[in-house]
Design a protein around this ligand. Structure first.
Ligand code: SAM
Length: 453
């Protein structure tokens, strides 16, 4: 690739890549850092958050809050200090290549080989331990891949062609972590979940920018030339479905749980007042995937009476059986939530990251099936989802919102949008929105408790 100089590829200094001019922006701005004015205050913030971090006990709430705001300030510092060309090249070249490199390393067993030793490894040593399907990996190319991984900070370069695994790269050898890269890259040459995101600008352009992704023929269907929705397409393109389900486990891992003491008072709202009779369900996890949420609930409340029921599609339930907790009392059942809810009168129906996958119209139908099964004045519907704040939403929340638009033509919702959906359209009453610690202002997750009106 060759440079085109300050005048850009379109024959004029202000070409914007599509041949249209931006007359008011002078190209000299490319020579200046993105936001130099913010640098002093960001450095001050980093120093103060840094000392808070060292004085809080590891992993308590204050530590986590300080750590997260430190990460955010550090990212902002990098982008403020960078010049536009550097940001553009980092994003278009380095990050794109970085994603491919990480995926190759997962699929060819490079990270597993590197992580199998706690001391620095040469390229030859890493190569010797590659699994049989990658045993003939081109050594020169392996060396180039590792160099980029080191330049990106994913691994540590300790000498020429010698590297040490980082905590991050070791974690990619764990399926719930590595699967995210696989599902966004493949399977095979499909482009997986990344393809629709790459095709999102074209989808919007072809639709004259007049509508947001919606309906059964959204960016995902256009990019993959399919009528299937994302879940159906993953299932039809194995092992994408299995990767996705594992990826959900990675997304949930180590995050606070909705039933933590500081978030939702489970004893007061669910266990007290539970009608302890034969066959009564305490909790039904609808679309619960491989079961990480309900299994965590079961081990947190071992003495709570009542059935704990996990529901998902057949192939997901089957996959979950391979990793289920030995001796667990969770009942794993096959159920399609577009049909009548078979567990009647449960104390609580729980849905985590379900309604954000669907348009309001379909959500109303999913909720109608639950409403039919709910007992008035007794059953509660618990919705574990993001509530996007008016300002200051985190990149995790907004990133998910964009991903949902591209993959499922759906959305994360604001408080007003949740109220419109749950109260005005679905006819439920929202009792209260319980915010996860530190998340109230970031929009990543909250627990919305609803009842029949
Ligand atoms: C985004 S995942 C969330 C999984 C899990 N609740 C979690 O938070 O990790 C959506 C889940 O909905 C399930 N699902 C999709 N369509 C379904 C349907 N028609 N009936 C039941 N489950 C369905 C998927 O299999 C998947 O497990």
């Amino acid at each position: 690739m060759t440079g085109t100089g300050a005048n850009g590829p379109n024959g004029g200094a202000n070409g914007n890549g599509n041949g249209t001019a931006s007359p008011t922006i002078h190209p000299s701005i490319i020579l200046h850092p993105n936001d130099l004015a913010s640098v002093p205050s960001l450095i001050k913030e980093i120093l103060s958050k840094g000392s808070l971090l060292s004085s809080s006990p590891y992993n308590d709430h204050e530590y986590e809050t300080a750590r997260l705001s430190l990460v955010q300030a550090a990212h902002r510092l990098v982008i403020s200090l960078e010049k536009p060309r550097e940001t553009m090249i980092r994003q278009t070249w380095a990050n794109t290549a970085g994603f491919s490199v990480l995926t190759i390393g997962i699929e060819a067993g490079i990270w597993a080989s590197l992580a199998s030793s706690s001391s620095p490894q040469t390229v030859s040593q890493i190569h010797t331990r590659l699994p049989s399907h990658a045993a003939n990996f081109h050594k020169g190319y392996l060396s180039r891949i590792l160099k980029h991984a080191a330049a990106m900070g994913y691994i540590t370069e300790t000498g020429p062609d010698t590297y040490l695994a980082s905590n991050f790269i070791k974690s990619l050898t764990i399926p719930i972590m590595g699967s995210g890269y696989s599902v966004f890259s493949g399977p095979g040459r499909t482009g997986g979940a990344r393809l629709p995101m790459l095709a999102l600008p074209a989808w919007l352009q072809e639709n004259g920018y007049e509508k947001e992704p919606e309906g059964p023929m959204g960016p995902f269907q256009h990019a993959h030339d399919t009528k299937l929705n994302m879940f159906e397409w993953f299932h039809a393109n194995p092992p994408a479905g299995e990767w996705f389900n594992l990826h959900m486990g990675g997304y949930a891992f180590g995050r606070p749980n909705w039933f933590d003491d500081e978030i939702y008072p489970v004893r007061e709202r669910l266990i007290d007042g539970f009608k302890d009779r034969e066959g009564e369900a305490l909790l039904v996890d609808i679309g619960g995937g491989l079961g990480h949420d309900i299994e965590a609930f079961a081990s947190r409340f071992p003495d709570a009476k009542g059935r704990l029921v996990l529901q998902d599609l057949e192939h997901v339930i089957e996959q979950g059986l391979q990793t289920k907790v030995e001796g667990s009392r969770v009942e794993r059942t096959v159920y399609d939530f577009h049909t009548e809810q078979p567990v009647k009168g449960a104390r609580a129906y729980y849905m985590h990251s379900i309604l954000h996958d669907w348009s309001d119209d379909i959500c109303v139908k999913i909720i109608a099936n639950i409403k039919e099964a709910m007992k008035p004045g007794y059953s509660r519907l618990l919705i574990d989802e993001g509530v996007i704040p008016d300002t200051g939403a985190s990149w995790e929340a907004t990133g998910l919102d964009m991903i949902l638009s591209g993959l499922l033509s759906s959305r994360e919702r604001t408080r007003a949008e949740w109220t419109r959906l749950l109260e005005e359209k679905a006819g439920l009453k929202i009792n209260k929105i319980y915010h996860y610690l530190g998340d109230a202002s970031r929009g990543t997750t909250s627990l919305i408790e609803c009842e029949l009106v």
